[in-house]
Design a protein around this ligand. Structure first.
Ligand code: F3S
Length: 60
């Protein structure tokens, strides 16, 4: 599985990194996601994605 942050959509609110720091971190004013996720990290990644106000994150 993979979580991807669309840098064109991300407005840098930081919620994903707050909710799911295991998967997302801020680099400057954009979030980046861990390259590969599995197991419990998938649910954590989805939790972070749900918080994003601009739906910049896809988990698939
Ligand atoms: Fe960006 Fe959304 Fe995270 S705006 S910082 S991807 S919650």
């Amino acid at each position: 599985m993979k979580a991807v942050v669309d840098p064109d959509k991300c407005i840098g609110c930081g919620l994903c990194a707050q909710v799911a720091p295991e998967v997302y971190k801020m680099e400057g004013d954009k979030a980046v996601a861990a390259a590969n996720i599995a197991g419990a990290l998938v649910d954590i990644a989805r939790s972070g994605a749900e918080q994003c106000p601009v739906e910049a994150i896809t988990v698939s």
